[in-house]
Design a protein around this ligand. Structure first.
Ligand code: C2O
Ligand code: CU
Ligand code: CU
Length: 455
């Protein structure tokens, strides 16, 4: 590969406190005590080494979501980093994973196209509560192709990490919690069936913030880092005379071939959408609300942009952004069905793939290295389906073409109830075992995960 030796980061995972809600302190788990964790700004082909020290009271696992990463650095759910002060004799070592003591060094070749990746905890059975407490951060890859584009950059490039959370009266994070106002999820009959949902919307860990913007173009990098909440974002009001103010330039796996204008933006858990919004369609002094049409009450508000002043702007969104070569279905050597649904396992309801709960000992698929495969995904519910290692393309949904947010390279697909979606991927990358799973973190923790082994 073309990777050069590169940057070394040291991150300590630790307990910290922050004043998120006025007047009360919240205890959190943060990378370096921060939520989101430190943003790693990286370049394609420049190796990134991250030494994670675990000063938390529980074992952790770090996964780089969207990373083209060899298995030993991918954050397999049982590859635990035990706490620095763990007593070896009493610590359960997990199911034969690659366990390390106190710290672990992750290496990322970063030999992949520019994209907004993110890293988060991935410990077996406990990913939901760990991410809820704050273990998530951005890992941004840039490259020459992207740098040559005249897109807004510098302080006009805003990462916006969306997370819903609930709090107790004393400020502590409430987990699990249920959003009783959520009425838009069909078929939910039991608490937590839709996952854990909060009634406070945080953007970069601040509740319902406002951002001051000049009346110019901005690049907004949205990551939905919520455990389970889906967002439909809309600008209220839209700029004068503009019905499609979100000009999407990138998704999970980086730049689209060409920009796509949208009236609203949908994001399921773990999805990224990057858009350019031209605030020159507003007048100075105007307040623009970003609302969540899938929410109600307190979860309908997300944040506000306050347009301060006119300013010069030499950014543009070119008609052509990148080359996204379509994978050819005729090149696929294997087709597989993956059924994601809830069912009883040993008398308890759980979430399964092809009828099986997650087991470290069995694989749902063994793609040959370099092979192109088509997977047919079926769901009984909203399941944001994520594959490690590879990015995929969406071939269609049901009898229809891909949805409006399915373009480019994806690593997470927002599978809807009673829907069948077809994705295509080339399994190039190091041999070994990786997971794929529902990224509703409560579904994941309740076993909606499987292995695929690249052979
Ligand atoms: Cu973002 Cu396996 O996860
Ligand atoms: Cu991932
Ligand atoms: Cu799910």
């Amino acid at each position: 590969s073309s990777t050069t030796t590169g940057d070394v980061y040291e991150i300590t995972q630790k307990v910290a406190t922050a004043e998120i809600l006025d007047g009360v302190k919240t205890q959190l788990w943060g990378y370096d005590g921060l939520v989101p964790g430190p943003t790693l700004m990286t370049r394609r082909g420049r190796r990134v080494t991250v030494r994670h020290r675990n000063a938390l009271p529980v074992p952790t696992v770090v996964h780089l979501h969207g990373g083209h990463t060899p298995p030993e650095h991918d954050g397999y759910p049982t590859d635990l980093i035990l706490p620095v002060d763990a007593d070896d004799a009493t610590t359960e070592h997990g199911h034969g994973g690659r366990v390390s003591h106190g710290e672990r060094v992750y290496e990322y070749d970063n030999d992949q196209r520019a994209a907004t990746l993110w890293y988060h905890d991935h410990r077996m059975d406990f990913t939901g509560p760990a991410v809820w407490r704050g273990l998530a951060g951005l890992h941004i890859v840039t490259d020459d192709e992207e740098q040559a584009l005249p897109l807004p950059d510098g302080d006009r490039d805003l990462p916006l990490v969306l997370m819903d959370r609930s709090f107790e009266a004393d400020g502590s994070l409430a987990y699990p919690s249920v959003d009783e106002t959520l009425t838009t999820t069909p078929g939910v009959s039991e608490p937590y069936e839709a996952g854990v949902l909060g009634d406070v919307i945080l953007v970069n860990w601040t509740p319902w913030p406002f951002y001051e913007v000049d009346a110019v173009r901005y690049r907004l990098r949205f990551l939905n880092a919520s455990n389970a909440r889906r967002f439909r974002l809309r600008l209220d009001p839209a700029p004068d005379g503009v019905t499609e103010p979100f000009v999407q330039i990138a998704s999970d796996g980086g730049l689209l071939a060409a920009p796509i204008a949208h009236p609203h933006l949908d994001l399921a858990s773990a999805e990224r959408q990057e858009v350019v919004v031209d605030f020159s369609g507003y007048r100075a002094g105007q307040r623009v609300r970003l609302v969540n049409e899938f929410g109600g009450g307190s979860t309908r508000r997300v944040m506000e942009f306050r347009v301060t002043r006119t300013a010069s702007d030499d950014s543009t969104v070119p008609d052509s952004l990148s080359t996204v070569e379509p994978l050819d279905p005729a090149a696929a050597t294997v087709e597989r069905d993956m059924v994601f649904r809830s069912q009883a396992i040993d008398g308890q309801r759980g979430w399964t793939i092809n009828g099986e709960p997650f087991s470290v000992d069995s694989a749902h698929a063994a793609p040959k290295q370099g092979a192109v495969e088509i997977w047919h995904l079926y769901g009984d519910f909203h399941h944001p389906i994520h594959l490690h290692l590879v990015h995929f393309q969406v071939l269609g949904r049901g009898t229809k073409r891909p949805g409006r947010f399915d373009h480019g390279w994806k690593d997470t697909l927002d599978l809807r109830p009673a829907e069948q979606a077809r994705i295509i991927a080339r399994f190039d990358g190091p041999k070994g075992t990786y997971v794929f799973h529902c990224h509703n973190l409560e579904h994941e923790d309740m076993m909606m995960m499987g292995n695929f082994e690249v052979t």
